[in-house]
Design a protein. Structure first.
Length: 491
């Protein structure tokens, strides 16, 4: 009986929101969506969606009625799913109207539209979405690089980590928890997209964040998911991509992110409490008999707000303290350090040297590695190099006493095992491996290497004009020397 009544109300609402020519009456639809009669909402949203898709001239009337603000009421998590999904679809059409977006923005929209299909609970639709997105990744470079994003990686992590948490809880969890768990065919679809990205994109280093989760799937996942995880790990291994190493800077960033998330949750709780206060005020006006009880609840809510406000202040202070520590990672331009006199001891070879100067003129075009003495040990040391002329100007750190003969590149074996090279184009060389991610430097730049021989493990960081670069090296020997290697010298 209720279903029949609702269908009748919907049909009646559809009839009332069109004029004699069958054209949508936007003002009437706006009134229906603002109405407290919930039976009017769904048909009104249907008519509104059809109206703006079939006739873009209706969008002007939509703007006049502030439909975006009206639809906002159906985007809250408590709204019925069908109302929320229709509202999102309408907002998507409005957002696309009259907008010329860049290719990457369009590619991102296309990719995520298919992601929503993959997440569908209908297995056939989900599989079709997977196949479509994988084909699109192969043929469209913009879609490939748009999908290789932190947002997509976070979706994969959330999907599988949430499932692991649910499985670790008691077997008597609620239906809400079951809804949070994606079905296996959805997970297989997402892993298929990850595999296609790993196959098609060279050095997809952002996928390294998935390695711990993929290892867990390989051990304990379903058969098809295990197969996908093994293939992805194989692709990443071929590219030399490993799980991200934990370091102090990353730990600080993660701590800040957690604190910011905590602050956001606290603010959300405060917002909800404010809404609760407003509802309590309305209830007081409507029902005098509940005044005493509502006042008691308001007082309790006030006390809770004070506790939460104090917590937010504490967290903000902690975030500020952590930010100051992060800022100190950069080398201040005016920082004064103890200077150590240096010497350059160069092996005999094809060059001439200006008397009483560190000026060397090569007489042969070949690799020449210049170690800087003295060796440094048990402390924090920096070596600053001013690049006067753009060219091949790698710098680095080597085990003290290491001799790299002229014509030999320190990034090759056997020297690479005890030598780290920072290249002017950004790559870092160590143990015959290359990792990219640092910026380039050239003429006029100040290049600084900082070695921390007090840390465990001992580290070397690169700074370009005082800006710390993301790729660094750890596991240095106890005693090291700085070096520079102008690859080519002119007669």
């Amino acid at each position: 009986m209720e279903e029949s009544s609702e269908r009748t109300n919907r049909n009646s609402a559809i009839t009332s929101t069109t004029n004699d020519n069958g054209i949508a009456n936007i003002p009437q639809l706006a009134n229906d969506l603002r109405s407290t009669d919930v039976f009017l909402h769904y048909p009104a949203l249907q008519r509104l969606f059809i109206a703006i898709v079939m006739d873009s001239s209706n969008i002007e009337a939509v703007k006049q009625q502030d439909m975006v603000g009206v639809l906002n009421n159906f985007l809250v998590s408590e709204a019925r799913p069908e109302l929320q999904e229709l509202s999102v679809a309408i907002l998507g059409v409005l957002g696309a109207h009259g907008k010329r977006r860049r290719k990457r923005s369009r590619a991102l929209t296309s990719g995520w539209a298919l992601i929503q299909i993959i997440l569908n609970s209908d297995q056939v639709l989900s599989k079709q979405g997977t196949e479509a997105l994988c084909k699109l990744i192969v043929i469209d470079e913009d879609v490939r690089h748009a999908m290789l994003s932190r947002r997509f990686v976070d979706l994969i992590l959330e999907t599988f980590i949430n499932q692991e948490k649910i499985q670790n809880q008691s077997s008597s969890f609620s239906s809400d928890q079951q809804d949070e768990s994606e079905q296996n065919f959805v997970k297989v679809g997402l892993l298929s997209v990850v595999l296609k990205l790993a196959e098609e994109i060279e050095n997809p280093i952002i996928l390294s964040a998935l390695i711990p989760t993929l290892e867990e799937i390989k051990k304990n996942g379903e058969k098809e998911m295990m197969k996908k995880a093994k293939s992805i790990l194989g692709c990443l291994r071929e590219e030399g991509i490993t799980a991200p190493q934990s370091n102090e800077s990353n730990q600080k960033d993660e701590k800040i992110r957690q604190l910011e998330e905590t602050v956001r949750r606290q603010e959300e709780l405060i917002r909800r409490n404010d809404e609760e206060k407003e509802r309590e005020k309305i209830e007081k006006e409507e029902n005098k008999r509940k005044i005493a009880e509502l006042e008691r609840k308001a007082e309790e809510s006030k006390q809770k707000d004070e506790v939460k406000s104090n917590k937010i202040v504490e967290l903000e202070q902690l975030v500020a303290t952590l930010q100051q520590k992060v800022d100190k990672v950069q080398i201040p331009s005016a920082q004064k350090l103890d200077e150590i006199p240096i010497q350059i001891t160069v092996q005999p070879g094809s060059y001439t040297k200006e008397k009483n100067e560190f000026t060397y003129i090569s007489t042969k075009n070949e690799f020449k590695t210049f170690p800087i003495s003295p060796a440094v040990i048990n402390g924090i040391f920096i070596c600053e190099v001013k690049i006067n002329k753009k060219g091949d100007n790698p710098v680095g750190v080597m085990k003290s006493g290491l001799v790299v003969p002229f014509s030999e590149w320190p990034g090759d074996r056997p020297y690479s095992n005890e030598c780290i090279a920072f290249h002017q184009n950004g790559p870092v060389y160590q143990n015959s491996q290359t990792v990219r991610g640092n910026g380039e430097y050239g003429e006029g730049d100040q290049v600084t290497i900082e070695v921390n021989l007090l840390a465990t493990p001992r580290t070397a960081h690169l700074f370009i004009n005082g800006q710390q670069q993301p790729v660094f090296v750890s596991g240095l020997p106890k005693s090291v020397q700085f070096w520079m290697n102008p690859l080519q010298f002119c007669h």
